[in-house]
Design a protein around this ligand. Structure first.
Ligand SMILES: [Zn+2]
Length: 194
């Protein structure tokens, strides 16, 4: 069996933003802070892995299914914001710019990576629009080629529904993802949607 220390370092090195060198630094830091950080972190990771699931309605991650956003009666069910990933939903929630509901696609269409409509949460989106009295769909997808292709595809599919289909105002960084935008920029892009 692999040395426990090497195994932990190897696994941490697979995390986004961490390479082998920073993984070693993290491991050392954790070992030095065993009681105050390492053990609580293990517990938090264990609980999160055991309890957090994907909302079967919108695709959000939550300990509840349906999630707290889907079940919150104060949110405006007539406006549905379509995002690529849960990180985008979290970014929008942090900015407090939106009080409707979400639909997480789980990716974008991509001929290059072989991601087809049936690989995304698209059928359930169309079904929600048809059944939930949705008046506006906001396509809050990235300014990447894939994001725009996906937005175009959805807009076409929803054309016959007779609802407003809006997109975030441009000025989004090209190839930028929502999660990397600061709250002020996000708010402005959201409010100036068209
Ligand atoms: Zn939900």
């Amino acid at each position: 069996m692999q040395n426990a220390l090497d195994r932990l370092t190897h696994l941490l090195g697979k995390l986004p933003g961490l390479g082998p060198r920073s993984a070693r630094r993290v491991v050392l830091h954790l070992l030095k802070k065993k009681e105050s950080l390492f053990l609580p972190l293990i517990e938090a990771m264990h609980d999160t892995a055991a309890m957090v699931k994907t909302c079967s309605h919108c695709g959000n991650l939550s300990v509840m299914d349906p999630c707290e956003i889907c079940t919150d009666a104060r949110r405006d069910g007539a406006v549905l914001c379509v995002v690529e990933d849960v990180a985008d939903l979290w970014a929008l929630e942090r900015s407090h710019v939106f009080r409707g509901r979400y639909h997480v696609l789980g990716g974008t269409l991509s001929a290059l990576d072989g991601i087809r409509p049936e690989d995304l949460r698209l059928a359930s989106l169309l079904q929600r629009v048809a059944c939930e009295n949705v008046q506006e769909v906001i396509l809050a997808l990235g300014a990447t080629l894939e994001g725009q292709t996906t937005a175009h595809y959805i807009a076409e599919k929803l054309q016959a529904e007779g609802i407003a289909i809006t997109r975030l105002a441009h000025g989004l960084p090209v190839g930028g993802e929502l999660d990397y935008m600061d709250d002020g920029t996000l708010k402005a892009a959201f409010q100036a949607r068209k």
